[in-house]
Design a protein around this ligand. Structure first.
Ligand SMILES: NC(=O)c1ccc[n+]([C@@H]2O[C@H](COP(=O)([O-])OP(=O)(O)OC[C@H]3O[C@@H](n4cnc5c(N)ncnc54)[C@H](O)[C@@H]3O)[C@@H](O)[C@H]2O)c1
Length: 263
């Protein structure tokens, strides 16, 4: 066991999923987060787990549930594939351990709701979702400009999110559940209100996305300012989210853009 000079033990994190994001989290936890260390790593691809183990000195474990239950593990970081998140987050809640889950929390509303219900039944906050844009300096500047009405009230928020490629094996819906979740999250956060309606368009696939339906979501965000009870809620803004593969961005770089119209 590693003990800090002041006698306190570092927060020991168990990492599930040692791919691109998992390896990056491990690097940051080991090298940039004071008072934290990676204590155990689990990946169905043992070679990936070994790579992170070599870089961090953590233990490799083959069973994610044993990693979560391990008494040396204080907190859990889930960076495995989207469809696996729910069972690991539920196990972390059952073990009473804080868990950072990479987005999406789960690829379905029902899965997300089961997690919310489990956390509610547990009785206190344990789960954080990796919506890191809320901490990004550029997004924070945009949020400040909107909150301070620097350019007036937003009417339309147009978000563009270009991915270098679709993840192999992902269904078309993953364009929303895996990519556009970022924009759905920041739309609510930037505009300070809930999405009340969503429409999904499936235009002709782009050449770079052959074989996928490339869906595009459009959200209507409510205005909660007082309205006559007989009226429909007013629309504060429409968030049109365009997510598409792009050949003009380097590999593993998302290219999110925002544009808003104001009055
Ligand atoms: N916050 C962000 O901006 C952001 C960016 C990229 C990816 N992500 C999310 O991070 C997660 C990982 O993405 P990635 O790009 O690192 O993918 P990746 O394919 O590089 O890594 C996923 C890893 O999970 C492992 N894995 C799959 N099923 C597993 C299971 N049942 N148990 C343990 N390990 C398992 C795979 O072997 C792989 O090593 C995804 O959920 C993705 O949506 C978030």
């Amino acid at each position: 066991m590693m003990v800090h000079v002041n006698g306190t033990r570092p927060v020991t994190v168990g990492l599930i999923g040692a791919g691109v994001m998992g390896a990056d989290h491990a690097r940051l936890l080991s090298g940039s987060v004071a008072g934290a260390r990676v204590g155990g790593v689990c990946d169905v691809d043992e070679a990936r787990a070994r790579w992170v183990v070599a870089a961090t000195g953590a233990r490799a474990l083959s069973d994610p549930f044993r990693l979560i239950a391990d008494e040396d593990i204080d907190a859990v970081l889930v960076a495995s594939s989207d469809a696996t998140h729910e069972e690991y987050v539920l196990a972390a809640i059952a073990a009473g351990k804080p868990v950072l889950c990479e987005k999406p929390l789960a690829p379905s509303v029902e899965g997300c709701q089961r997690i919310v219900d489990a956390e509610t039944a547990y009785g206190s906050r344990l789960v954080t979702v990796g919506f890191m844009r809320r901490y990004d300096p550029g997004y924070l500047e945009l949020k400040r400009a909107l909150d301070d009405a620097v350019v007036g009230a937003p009417l339309v928020l147009h978000c563009v999110h270009r991915n270098p490629a679709n993840t192999p094996g992902q269904p078309s819906a993953a364009v929303i559940t895996n990519s556009a979740v970022h924009e759905l999250d920041v739309s609510r956060w930037l505009l300070g209100d809930e999405i009340v309606e969503a429409t999904v368009h499936t235009p002709r696939p782009a050449a770079a996305a052959a074989g996928t339906a490339d869906p595009q979501p459009l959200g209507r965000v409510a205005d909660r300012s007082p309205v006559d009870v007989h009226q429909e809620p007013r629309v504060a803004a429409v968030a049109a989210v365009t997510v598409s593969p792009s050949s003009c961005t380097p590999s593993h770089v998302c290219d999110p853009r925002f544009r808003w119209s104001d009055h």
